[in-house]
Design a protein around this ligand. Sequence first.
Ligand code: NDP
Ligand code: 2IT
Length: 448
Amino acid sequence: MSYTDEVLERVKTQNPNEPEFLQAVTEVLNTLKPVVEVHPEYQKVSLLERLCEPERIISFRVPWLDDNGQVQVNKGYRIQFNGAIGPYKGGLRFHPSVNQSIMKFLAFEQVFKNSLTGLPIGGGKGGSNFDPKGKSDNEIMKFCQSFMTELQRHIGHDCDVPAGDIGVGGREIGYLFGQYRRIRDKYEAGVLTGKGLTYGGSLARKEATGFGLLYFMREMLKANGKDLNGKKVLISGSGNVAIYAAQKATEYGAKVVAMSDSNGCIYDENGINLDVIKKIKEVERKRIKEYLNYVPSAKYYEDKDGFRNIWTIKADIALPCATQNEISLDAAKTLVANGVWAVGEGANMPTTNEAVNYLLENKVLLAPAKAANAGGVATSALEMSQNSMRYSWTFDEVNAKLDGIMTNIFKNCKEAAEEYGFGNNYVAGANIAGFKKVADAMYAQGLI
Ligand code: NDP
Ligand code: 2IT
């Protein structure tokens, strides 16, 4: 049995109830075979076994009082997966589905993603099974304060730097930062990223993940003799990543014809009006169905039993920007049958492993999440740099650095894929390119 297969078996035995974590590890280990073959020294020091075991898992109780004075109790997590190349870095997710398996898959992927950015950040992730939907501002604040009251003892600008993810945006980061400052009694701006612009946030952080995805897509399409101009695009989700992906895609001359939320999707053959989406989602926090009140000619398809209508719409390019496993094997087959020839993962692990294989076998250009959505965390690292300097760059300066980082990530994924015989399988390229730096650093640092 190969070293990677041995480690995979071990990880499966030791983490039997964590399907998402096993999915992420399986995909990575299957692509690392040719790399560890040329590095036999890694097996001698059990490097892969250590790579697949988090350095630390913190889990805690989050009690808070709702608007009716009732006590509520949620689970809180922070997974500090790998700190070999820098302080743990990664978002916080507030969603009812959050559990240890989802936290671990996200933290594991973050290790490779953060390495790919070329910046000195290790991998971590955290969050809670708290459901922000339908909660008042007061309840959100109470929850964030309680969450941070525990989390604060585990984080710091040189140790672990959380940011946003699903259900955690500017409002939540503000409440979290306020509570951290109050408890620790110091202005440690670099302890969180995605902050507001009045208290240490970076210009272009809000746009960074979506913009970065399109910079990566631009490079991937260019390398394969294609471009975005005039192409029809499907974007799932209508949150932070989806909105700014749609904005940049439109700037590049593409037509975004569909977007979604967890209830269903809208189809607008004239191209989605993003000002309307921003009003509904960023300001009013309402359902995407409301789009029909502004654009009556658009169509709305309600999703049922986990079936996602958005992937049945004819288009050239699909950008999953909502959540994990939103493209099943069936959805991948429908996409291919409908003529989709490129997929760009804005969300983390949005495509099941079976669907990834199907897309690759059918020559679909696939921009993998670890690389394609790294623009968010890369810009978070730029926010940390600005906080350390006590200085801030202009929007254009940050955006230009982001573009350079994404262009470089694509180049590294392409070169790694070619070097190890994976052709234009950028999924393998991203895993290999991300792995190399972390493996090197872990090896150099001894038994850690
Ligand atoms: P938001 O909370 O801003 O938006 C999430 C969007 O996805 C919403 O439209 C939401 O719909 C939808 N969604 C969430 N969960 C589900 C679900 N289980 N089924 C169907 N739809 C769902 O989050 P972000 O835009 O920040 O994150 C989106 C994805 O991008 C996530 O996978 C995240 O991990 C990833 N990501 C985010 C980065 C960032 O900087 N924010 C960086 C890199 C990756 P509804 O409102 O109905 O729940
Ligand atoms: O998945 C991700 O990369 C994020 N949610 C962003 C993490 C960050 O630290 O900016």
